[in-house]
Write a protein that binds this ligand. Structure first.
Ligand SMILES: [Zn+2]
Length: 374
């Protein structure tokens, strides 16, 4: 057993949990089995035995494994391991080790994958995202011209929930571009059942037996109680929301992109969203012609972002003076060394670094001021 073995173990467990969720959506009355999950469980238990936990074998069947482990933070899974092994394999530097629980209990032995589980799986090299809503939408959007692409992507970010009138108005607006209208309509689904507007992200929050759930477990962590005025009134007519995967992958990181643009607009700095067919997220050009490219990243776990950057071979090449991976400023509240961890992977790209949104704004202002001082 080595670090690569453990990475694969957690990738299989995350993949398995999401596969089960997908199966359950298709056939709600059947218990969903995932080979990937059982494979991951077997690998974890084999590794545990090698690390000195003789009791691991009692969790070999899926139900007892899920009951015992799946709603606990990942570092807790190793509480019975020999600590020397954890040090020797350097687990504290691994993305999986820093994650909270991969799932929460929905009912009985049904578990819903957490946003941490989705985030972890996203940095893995595998094909599970093929065939998902976000991938299909991306394929539909890719063929659009730059202006229409930006228009629809921006609309999606700004409107997690729309009314039937909004849907009609936008469809009418796109009437002469069938591919664009099709992409737009695909992004949304009708809301059925009781839901509230999430005060955190603006998507739907649904009360269930084990508390509220939204697209992100982080929303539910900070919402104490939902008031009646947040309840969505379906009686007034149909409402639509973004499909979950589209909310997660398009809309959530998009807020950061739009915030950068709003800031540049205020400073009268030239900007472009998703330039060069989405090669970057935001491009800005200063008064002296200098270009900066920016990639917005919404990974809460710095080790996950670092792995993702390494898998992508760093920041995309291009004719820019500086490149930035920018993260929401609040991510550093509990992880003060977030950017330091990521920047260790960027030492061979001297003009690229990872910063918080707050520091990026400071650097943009400083640069713009120096242009006017010249
Ligand atoms: Zn939310």
């Amino acid at each position: 057993m080595d670090t690569a073995f453990m990475r694969k173990t957690f990738a299989l467990i995350a993949k398995g949990l999401i596969e089960k969720e997908q199966l359950l959506q298709k056939e709600p009355t059947r218990y969903p089995y995932s080979k990937a999950l059982q494979h991951g469980i077997n690998m974890f238990l084999a590794a545990s035995q090698q690390a000195g936990c003789q009791s691991a074998v009692q969790y070999a069947d899926e139900t007892s494994f899920l009951t015992h482990f799946i709603t606990k933070p990942i570092s807790d899974w190793f509480s019975d391991w020999n600590p020397d092994i954890i040090d020797k394999l350097n687990f504290r530097e691994e993305p999986f080790y820093a994650y909270e629980a991969f799932a929460y209990q929905r009912s009985g032995n049904i578990y819903t994958p957490s946003s941490d589980c989705y985030e972890f799986l996203e940095i893995q090299d595998n094909d599970i995202i093929n065939g998902t809503d976000e991938r299909i939408l991306y394929e539909k959007m890719k063929v659009l011209d730059q202006e229409t692409y930006c228009k629809i992507r921006r609309y999606i970010i700004e409107h997690p929930i729309i009314t039937i009138e909004d849907r009609r108005a936008m469809s009418l607006d796109l009437a002469d571009n069938q591919a664009a209208r099709d992409a737009f309509q695909f992004a949304y689904e009708e809301i059925t059942g009781d839901s509230y507007r999430c005060p955190c992200c603006g998507w739907t929050m649904i009360p269930g037996k084990y508390g509220y759930h939204c697209h992100s477990t982080h929303c539910t962590d900070i919402i104490p109680e939902l008031t009646d005025e947040r309840k969505l009134d379906i009686s007034a007519g149909e409402l639509y929301r973004l499909k979950k995967g589209i909310m997660r992958y398009f809309a959530a990181p998009g807020k950061l992109e739009l915030e950068i643009v709003t800031f540049c607009e205020k400073k009268k700095i030239r900007w472009a969203l998703w330039p060069q067919m989405d090669r970057y997220d935001v491009e800005i050009q200063f008064a002296n012609g200098e270009i900066w490219e920016i990639d917005a990243k919404a990974y809460r776990n710095p080790m996950a972002l670092r792995t993702k950057i390494q898998n992508d071979n760093g920041f995309p090449e291009g004719e820019y003076a500086r490149g930035y991976f920018v993260i929401p400023s609040e991510y550093t509240v509990n992880q003060r060394n977030y950017t330091t961890i990521v920047n260790r992977a960027l030492t061979n790209q001297k003009n690229v670094k990872c910063v918080t949104l707050k520091s990026l704004k400071t650097e943009i202002s400083r640069k713009e001021n120096s242009c006017h001082a010249e």
